[in-house]
Write a protein that binds this ligand. Structure first.
Ligand code: N2P
Length: 393
């Protein structure tokens, strides 16, 4: 009993000390290199400090930006206008938001040089590529005290150890969505999409890594295969699926599911969540062969003309009250633990929907089959070619 008391007191002391620690400190954990262990089945782990402590701490000397403009280049349907308006109102910085539909589209623009953008939203493997190619500006984490709001499962990951170049924005899966009212059976395998009854009724993302990755999984190969023979087989497999595909759309594939034009397909979790919100029958599963897993991040392109404004935005969007605007409007999964805690009380209905749906809060067996896209180096060209050939068929 006595020992128990001492242990409890020590635990309390550690807690108090960690609460007093400088919030601007960079993460010190060992990079996560093993399999993904994101815990999403139960309630999200409590943040290291109360959700209400979202304002910059007095210990951090925040540099006040002098720029009055911020040029954001991000995925379409991904950053709420309200968040941008709030930032403008608070900081006096106007935000221009240009959009893209794939990592490859964004990458091509950056590679063309002098894009004029201050912020981009690359997925994990594209963070790797852009770091490798010297295309990102290092991020001074002392200027982002709200970084502590992030769940540690999503920081310091293998694609950017120490978050030197990128700040988590949203994360999610890429899996199979279907409308039970239209589909006369319960799909379990990706192979079900090849069923002739789906003729002209599938929607697929216009994503040259996730779609071939799925075909590779179906064939029992590594989702990130660089073997030309395996990629050729994946292409042939996809060509056989073509009659069933009505459209390729990475911007709002949920629309065609809701109108009933499409009955099933391969989409990002947020698309499925938006469809499910309107039509609760619409389901989202990770098939037996596996599905996709991704982590999107905000990053500052090298030579960004308004890097000071970009840094201020990174800290701003991590405030719980701002971050939940993202989850409310574009319900992908949110890596901001403090924001989810805040959502629990500020909007219990949205929080309950977030926790209940497999897209936003995937159960462990779903996640255990989810495989991330990796940078495949020069084999990227093989995927480019596969995609061009397949779509041109
Ligand atoms: C938003 C697309 C989400 C990005 N339209 C998936 N990585």
């Amino acid at each position: 009993m006595k020992l128990y008391r001492i242990v409890s007191l020590l635990a309390l002391l550690v807690l108090l000390l960690s609460a007093c620690a400088s919030p601007a400190a960079a993460p010190t954990e060992v990079p996560t290199t093993g399999p993904v262990t994101v815990q999403t089945s139960g309630p999200i782990t409590a943040p290291t400090q109360p959700a209400t402590t979202s304002e910059p701490q007095p210990t951090a000397t925040l540099v006040k930006p002098t720029s009055t403009v911020l040029n954001l280049y991000g995925w379409s349907d991904y950053v709420p206008q309200q968040l941008l308006d709030d930032f403008t109102a608070k900081m006096g910085i106007k935000v221009n938001y240009d959009t893209y539909s794939s990592n490859e589209e964004m990458l091509a623009k950056l590679q063309a040089g002098a894009s004029g953008y201050d912020l981009v939203i690359p997925s994990d493997y594209t963070v790797t590529i852009t770091i490798k190619q010297g295309m990102l500006e290092p991020i001074d984490l002392t200027q982002i005290p709200n970084f502590v709001n992030l769940d540690k499962q999503f920081t310091n990951r293998e694609y950017d150890p120490g978050n030197k170049y990128s700040i988590p924005y949203q994360w999610g899966t890429t899996a199979l969505v279907y409308n039970p009212a239209k589909v006369p059976f319960v799909p379990k395998s990706w192979l079900d999409l090849w069923d002739p009854r789906f003729k002209g009724h599938l929607v697929m993302l216009d994503d040259e890594r996730e779609v071939p990755g799925m075909a590779l999984q179906v064939l029992g190969f590594d989702k990130n295969s660089t073997d030309p023979a395996q990629l050729e087989q994946a292409k042939q497999k996809l060509i056989a699926l073509k009659p069933n595909i009505l459209l390729f759309n990475s911007d709002d594939p949920e629309t065609s599911l809701l109108t009933g034009e499409t009955w099933a397909g391969l989409v990002y979790n947020g698309n499925a969540a938006l469809a499910h919100k309107e039509n609760p029958d619409i389901a989202y599963i990770c098939p037996t062969e596996g599905c996709g897993l991704w982590f999107d991040n905000l990053a500052i392109p090298a030579g960004a003309p308004h890097a000071d404004a970009a840094l201020a935005f990174l800290n701003f969007m991590l405030k719980p009250q701002e971050s939940i605007l993202i989850t409310t409007e574009f319900p992908y999964s949110n890596p901001n633990a403090a924001a989810l805690e805040y959502l629990k009380t500020s909007d219990p209905t949205t929080y309950a929907a977030y926790m209940a749906f497999s897209g936003t809060n995937p159960p462990p067996d779903f996640l255990s089959r989810a495989v991330p896209v990796k940078d495949v180096g020069t084999a990227t060209q093989l995927y480019d070619q596969l995609w061009t050939d397949f779509k041109g068929q």
